[in-house]
Design a protein around this ligand. Structure first.
Ligand code: SAM
Length: 293
């Protein structure tokens, strides 16, 4: 099957399309379009897209990355919120018969249902240059709603990529690090400077690939409880873990119980949540679950 070669991905053609449609960038939608063919090629290669793949793209913009995905994948579903981009996408994707544009807010789309209907429930690949203002809810939503994903290859703020990869002892360590590492193996693909986008973002960006674990690296009896504990620990970062879990409205774990469990685990009862790694959060939640039952 031969599909058209992508035409977007360079400044000249991007400007031409933007002028043709008198497109006005919407800051509130985090619109920074890719204009670098080298970076686009790298995203496609690292995502390992093949003709078998069903790919979901979040925020296609004018269809730049979408053209590359459509040229390599079996089927692409691209979800775009901005009304003004829909006629542009019809134009730039007209040569491809394997792209479905969904005009909606990605946070309102049932992606598990989409994978069920369009891919027989088999795992999909997510590839995107994400709108930065909602990176965390998008990634957490994919994991927590149990969307069947094989991998997630996304452009994010450099600082967010760092947060996903890091462990205890770093100021970037937090709930996002733990959620990402529980569900997937993060791998930095490339750092991307602002001049690869139009308009240029104020911050550096990075492409990160999250390869879903077949089985989580730690054994957790109650995932929901573990993530409630993690959130409560990092919501009150400066507080001790004992106070954090005691104050969280959805937990309200008596201080004596957390203290006893921390001691059993050989940890100082004055420890802060930010000092615990994933294994320790798993053990803490398993032990607390037994007591709370
Ligand atoms: N993929 C394009 C590219 O690489 O050139 C555009 C990427 S741009 C960083 C983010 C895109 O996400 C924009 O097109 C924006 O309108 C869209 N977007 C923002 N919020 C969204 C949401 N809640 N649901 C779906 N798309 C959204």
């Amino acid at each position: 099957m031969t599909r058209p070669v992508p035409t977007l991905g360079n400044p000249k053609n991007t400007i031409e399309i933007l002028n043709k449609y008198k497109f006005v960038f919407q800051k509130r939608y985090g619109q920074n379009f890719l204009i670098d063919e080298h970076v686009l090629g790298k995203i496609i290669r690292s995502a390992g897209i093949t003709e078998e793949d069903f790919v979901v793209e979040i925020g296609p913009g004018i269809g730049t990355l979408t053209q590359y995905l459509a040229a390599s994948a079996r089927q692409v579903a691209a979800i775009e919120i901005d009304d003004a981009l829909i006629p542009i996408l019809e134009d730039t994707l007209s040569g491809y018969d394997n792209v479905m544009v969904i005009h909606d807010d990605v946070l309102k789309v049932d992606l598990a249902k989409l994978a069920e209907e369009e891919n027989g429930g088999k795992p999909v690949k997510i590839v995107a240059n994400l709108p930065y203002y909602i990176t965390t809810p998008i990634i957490m939503g994919l994991f927590e709603n149990h969307v069947p994903v094989e991998s997630i290859t996304v452009m994010v703020q450099k600082e967010v990529a760092d947060r996903m990869k890091t462990g205890p002892g770093s100021k970037d360590y937090g709930a996002l690090s733990l959620a990402v590492q529980y569900y997937a193996r993060p791998e930095l693909v490339a750092n991307v400077p602002p001049n690869c986008f139009m308009p240029r973002p104020r911050v550096g960006s990075a492409v990160i690939r999250l390869q879903r674990h077949e089985n989580p690296p730690v054994e957790v009896q109650d995932e929901k409880l573990m993530f409630q504990i993690i959130r409560a620990s990092f919501n009150q970062r400066r507080k001790t873990l004992v106070n954090g879990l005691g104050n969280a409205p959805e937990l309200r774990i008596p201080k004596e119980q957390t203290t006893a469990v921390l001691e059993e685990m050989g940890l100082n009862p004055g420890v802060r949540g930010e000092a615990l790694d994933l294994q320790q959060f798993a053990e803490l939640s398993n032990r607390l679950k037994k007591i709370l039952e």
